[in-house]
Design a protein around this ligand. Structure first.
Ligand code: ASP
Length: 484
């Protein structure tokens, strides 16, 4: 008994040590970056690359795990569940995703309307620096592309590329083509429609396919077992590698953040012209992540959320360091199962889907940013336009990939619905890299709490089904770190 307690204390300390080390990595990285910035001469691009090099290695390791982890995990998790149960679990997850995303958007709209960070009086648009370029795209095309990407025509290609619509600029003057086709440079909807494949993984398509493959294997029962065993084994192997990679997190996060601080333009920009906007998003993220979501967790599970959230700290710091919820996914999955004891069949089912479509932080930010920009442009938003922003912000967060600053790209669609030009996203670009890190951490928090809630709600259903394979997915965590 005494030995057991001692073991528990040791493993608990070990778990906390890693969390504390990663937290220290974040704070240390900020201090490190700030110290380096005190140098008189400007840091060259090459020097910044050297500083963030180790962090980039960590990021590459995490990214390498995404593909071999997501697909087998999803297939195996869905395949392990009875069809009726996977339907229930999926339904609960999607219900949670929709409800929390809409809540986040509403909270964002309330805050940005109350704080009004974009008063043209104290923030003339000429004071805000425009930097960078943007893409011409309509809200309709973005939505249609989202659905197109659900069905990748070639699965191998989906691992590296995804489709997007490109609208071709017709030239400076409006004209009518021989067939009667109108081309007006001022109206995006009349431009020539083209498409291209861009170099980023189509996670949504892969997730969708994996769910279907899992369902099929579940239906095939005994016949599907060899393939199921393969996926179960691959998922377990990837999870083990994840456990090792997590040990690199403190160092990785330290250098990633240090490099980013060094690269940053100027602090006065963050604190100055965009300060109110920045604070509005930050307050919204905080209220949603640390008040709204925990309350939902407590109400639905009848458990206090503190331990659950504290156990996920390492995932939040990794999300903050990498600005990517997809890259953080292996860490999130690992902590959920090993520290919070969530059944692997649930975590591996709902987390990859959550990391792809459930982005509360991004949704909140999209709504705040779009309304902020309309405020800067002295545009009066009607109730209809505000509702349109709410709907497209939700869609934009679903469509955003779990990669750095993906939300900025899908923002264009929100702006389009209220008639703001795509190039206006450049107004908020200066602080976006930093906000991105905060919203990614809240995205990961939302996914984790969602998995926790779905697990608690599905416990009874899970108990009804027996475990699928010996040595396969287990209902208990791989290591018992927590005492309860
Ligand atoms: N970087 C965010 C994520 O990975 C997406 C975004 O809001 O840009 O979750």
């Amino acid at each position: 008994m005494a030995k057991l307690t001692k073991d528990k204390v040791t493993s608990c300390l070990k778990g906390s040590a890693l969390t504390l080390a990663t937290l220290a990595g974040v704070i240390g990285g900020v201090i490190f970056g700030l110290c380096l910035r005190t140098r008189e001469a400007r840091w060259t691009e090459r020097e910044v690359m050297y500083v963030s090099y180790v962090g980039q290695l960590f990021l590459r390791m995490l990214k390498a795990l995404i593909l071999p982890l997501i697909i087998p995990s999803l297939v195996a998790a869905v395949g392990s569940l009875d069809m009726s149960i996977s339907g229930k679990v999926g339904g609960r997850a999607v219900g949670y995703y929709m409800a929390t995303t809409v809540l986040a958007v509403i909270l964002g709209i309330i805050l940005v309307s109350a704080i009004h960070p974009g008063k043209p009086g104290n923030q003339g648009d000429d004071e805000i620096t425009k930097v960078g370029e943007s893409r011409n795209v309509t809200a309709v095309d973005t939505l249609l592309d989202l659905a197109r990407n659900l069905f990748p025509p070639n699965l191998v290609q989906a691992t590296t590329q995804q489709y997007r619509t490109v609208l071709k600029y017709p030239g400076d003057n409006a004209y009518t083509e021989a067939g009667g086709q109108q081309r007006d440079p001022a109206n995006l909807y009349t431009w020539k429609i083209d498409g291209e494949y861009t170099n980023s993984m189509n996670i949504l398509g892969l997730v969708f396919f994996s769910v279907f493959l899992g369902v099929t294997l579940a239906v095939m029962k005994e016949k599907g077992k060899p393939l199921m065993d393969f996926f179960i084994c691959l998922a377990e192997a990837m999870m083990t590698i994840t456990t090792w990679v997590i040990y690199m997190a403190p160092v990785g996060v330290f250098f990633l953040i240090g490099g980013q601080i060094l690269e940053m333009e100027d602090f006065s920009v963050v604190a100055g012209q965009l300060g109110y906007y920045f604070m509005t998003v930050l307050v919204g993220l905080f209220v949603h992540g640390f008040i709204v979501l925990p309350i939902i967790y407590t109400v639905t599970t009848r458990k206090l959320p503190f331990r659950f959230i504290a156990n996920m700290t390492n995932a939040f710091t990794t999300a903050f360091g990498t600005a990517s919820s997809s890259a953080t996914l292996p860490v999130t999955m690992n902590l959920l199962e090993e520290k919070n004891g969530v059944d692997a069949r649930i975590s591996r089912f709902v987390l990859p889907i959550g990391a792809t479509i459930n982005m509360d932080g991004t949704a909140l930010y999209e709504a705040v940013a779009a309304i902020f920009i309309s405020q800067v442009r002295s545009m009066q938003l009607s109730v209809g336009s505000t509702i349109a922003i709410a709907i497209t912000a939700t869609a934009a967060s679903i469509g955003a990939a779990g990669i750095p600053q993906a939300g900025l790209v899908t923002m264009v669609m929100v702006l389009d619905t209220v008639g703001l030009p795509a190039e206006d996203v450049t107004l908020i670009l200066a602080v976006d890299w930093l906000l991105d890190r905060f919203r990614t951490a809240i995205n990961v928090l939302g996914d984790s709490i969602g998995a926790g809630i779905v697990y608690e709600l599905s416990k009874a259903d899970l108990e009804e089904t027996k475990k699928v394979t010996e040595g396969g997915f287990e209902a208990v965590p791989m290591t018992e770190i927590e005492g309860d």
